[in-house]
Design a protein around this ligand. Structure first.
Ligand code: AMP
Length: 396
């Protein structure tokens, strides 16, 4: 596979798939531009070489055709400011109008196409739609890690129209490097920290991690299903009743695979799901019937932190509690601090998944971990060992 660094894009029409799926407020103002910023190195490389950057992305989940709030025109001004140059917008992503817009481009120009998902063909992976996109360009770059696990027209299907002219963008390249660093030859001890609301959606990743890690820490809402599976009384805490037998199997599997499974031992409980709730801390096996566990307790923070600080490779996905509420943020914050501490001592730490990234940002830790992944679902599927269509389409 060719490296983007080694190719000159001078005079070429370069179609780059980015992930500009950014949150917008009611006035269409960008609330968090991280994803746009993350794609800049690749776009700048195209400009610096004297190529013509045709930028395509999805934004939100439009139901049927054009919707103003999902128009990529909403990000053009901000991208222009970030690149310090005028950029152009095409009000479609295929067809006559777009072809004319592309033909007007000069070397070093940037043209943003309209939201790919205004066409249902995008998510269906329609070959004809992919072909029409491909006809716009000489070279294809995929820099959208966030959608690499989807076999969509612009992320995977399109690659076959560029058998010799397809590349990973710099962001996608860095994501893969970081994941490989953690998975291929991890320095040990290797600890994964998995949290969040539910076990559902994280079962496969937990099973896959049992083959690689030395320690698996489980916190957040999902911990209470494990505790109930072990005979604990967890009051009104979040429990997935139908996953209790699975939790038992996972506990058994960790034993067989000699993975140290760390579950919380104490719990910060509340009498209702809000920041003004009455709270108490208890042994996690003995939560009062009227209370629900919304964060890990002090003892668990100490135990988890000790293991994290001794680790040389760390993967973190999912908060330890309801970190959005100040009263229940401490567990997530302290675990984040322990990961930063370990990183400063030479550990490699990879954080991914929407809510852990939100937590890292809330507490200002983004600079103190080794890598913050831009793709939650894609990262989980990669950790599960599943081939990601957006990646294999470039590799094969
Ligand atoms: P997920 O999307 O599965 O990673 O879950 C993230 C969400 O889990 C966050 O919004 C947290 O507020 C929530 N969460 C974490 N711990 C708990 C808990 N003990 N009870 C209920 N929700 C929780």
């Amino acid at each position: 596979m060719n490296s983007l660094n080694q190719v000159s894009l001078k005079g070429k029409r370069v179609l780059v798939r980015v992930d500009f799926n950014v949150p917008l407020d009611d006035n269409y103002t960008i609330m968090d531009d991280s994803r746009i910023v993350a794609a800049l190195p690749t776009i700048k490389k195209i400009i610096a070489d004297g190529g013509r950057a045709i930028v395509m992305s999805h934004l939100g989940r439009p139901k049927k055709g054009f919707e103003k709030r999902f128009s990529l025109n909403n990000i053009v001004g901000h991208l222009s400011a970030l690149l310090s140059q005028n950029i152009y917008f095409s009000s479609d992503c295929i067809g006559r109008k777009t072809i004319l817009d592309v033909n007007k481009m000069n070397d070093g120009d940037v043209l943003v196409l309209e939201n790919l998902r205004f066409y249902a063909e995008e998510e269906k992976g329609d070959v004809g739609f992919a072909n029409q996109l491909a006809n716009l360009a000489d070279i294809y770059i995929n820099d959208a890690f966030g959608t690499a696990h989807r076999a969509h027209a612009s992320t995977a299907v399109i690659a076959k129209f560029f058998p010799k002219n397809k590349y990973f963008g710099y962001l996608l390249g860095r994501e893969l490097e970081s994941l490989e660093k953690a998975l291929a030859s991890p320095k040990r001890p290797f600890t994964a920290i998995i949290g969040g609301a539910k076990i559902t959606g994280k079962i496969d990743v937990i099973k896959a991690l049992f083959n690689t890690v030395d320690n698996l820490i489980i916190g957040g809402g999902m911990a209470y299903t494990f505790i109930k599976a072990m005979g604990g009384v967890v009051g009104k805490s979040l429990v997935e009743e139908e996953k209790i037998s699975l939790a038992k199997e996972l506990i058994e599997e960790s034993r067989k695979k000699s993975v140290r499974l760390l579950l919380p031992t104490d719990s910060l409980n509340a009498d209702s799901f809000n920041n003004n709730a009455k709270t108490n801390t208890s042994n996690i096996f003995e939560i009062n019937n009227e209370y629900m566990g919304l964060d890990i307790g002090k003892e668990s923070i100490t135990e988890f932190s000790k293991t994290i600080k001794e680790s040389k490779t760390l993967i973190w996905n999912g908060p330890m509690g309801v970190f959005e509420m100040e009263k229940f943020e401490k567990g997530t914050k302290k675990i984040g601090e322990a990961i930063c501490f370990a990183t400063n001592n030479g550990a490699f730490s990879l954080v991914g998944g929407g809510d852990s990234v939100a937590a890292i940002k809330k507490f200002g830790f983004a600079q103190d971990v080794s890598y913050v992944s831009t793709g939650g679902g894609a990262m989980l599927e990669y950790l599960e060992g599943k081939p990601l269509p957006g990646i294999t389409a470039i590799q094969n």
